[in-house]
Write a protein that binds this ligand. Sequence first.
Ligand code: AKB
Length: 395
Amino acid sequence: MFERLVDSSGSRFKDGHARRTARFHRMFGDGAVWKIIMKVPGVHQAKVPSPYLRLRMGKHLIIGASGQLGIELMLGLQAQVGPENVVLSDVKPSDHPSSALSPFVAADATDLDAQRALFESHQVDVVYNLVAMLSAKGEANPMAAWQLNMAPLLHTLELAKEGLVGKVFWPSSIAVFGPDAPKNDTPQHATLTPSTVYGLSKAAGELWCKYYHDKHGVDVRSIRYPGLIGSNSQPGGGTTDYAVDAFVKALSGETLTCYLEHDERLPMMSMHDAVRGTMELMAAPRESIRIRTSYNMSGCAFTPAELASAIRKHVPEFNIAYAPDHRQTIAASWPNSLNDDAARQDWGWQPVHDLGSLVSHVLDGLAQPSRRWQAVVSWRPCGDLKAIFVLRTPT
Ligand code: AKB
């Protein structure tokens, strides 16, 4: 945040504000003086403008916090910065037990004033705007998908331009690629001719992100996620959802009727890798982020048949049948695998899970639900405006 305020190029604070901020920082630093100022009620506190407060607070706001990725990111951020420094927002709260540890604000992200109130009331440093209607559901409701996938992003970018938030994360997807991109090892800068409204909105959103960065100095960062598979939350409306369902069916002893062909290969990733990668991208120095549309990020790639045989190593009786539907056409337009050299070079991306370890990891998480909540941390205050967070490791 501070970095952005003093950045001389492209920031709305480039004149007096940056100078004042730098002077304030030099005078008061991060330590005891600041704490004393904060503790003198009604005297100094009211005179300190809110951007200065935000330099100290560093709250992380997740918009779309009750969705598949939102819940997993909540767990990751709660462990990283402490539950009280994570603010959750969605139209309704999730029923995940850990969501009760962080403040929740019910808000409609398509409403600019609602988003503005959210930023103003919580002194947000980093916002993760995850609101989206995914590919398969979007094809059933094209206009609703376009509205939901664009309006919340544009509001966030406008508010970031006004200086209400320091950094923005927005998820893109492999759905930006269409039939004109190479299928294997799809390059970062391949042609984008998406075949779904979801893909159209992600391709357009990526360009909006770059526009706000280049024109207004907004520090917005993005990842093109593949299909995401975790054990803490359920997906909805995606084309890659079959892979999550396979684990649930394997454990309940039911047959999975897969809506893709047995040999439809897609890029996939564990939620563990996706959340870690997202947090690493957001923690990277501003100058190392060279791509302001969205980074390809690869985990592993597999077909439904390969997934089934990897699951059978743990659950031998798992059964899969195939009944391809319209989602097969969507999947066929997407890459088989991604090239993520740019993410590796710029901010050190490295996946942990291949297919085998992803399967063990997800089955383990689903089989022992009590372990899932143990990402929740205990914390104790430690000096000036800091805390030590103790991650309890699963037993
Ligand atoms: C979907 O299937 O629509 C999503 C995605 C690949 O972005 N999971």
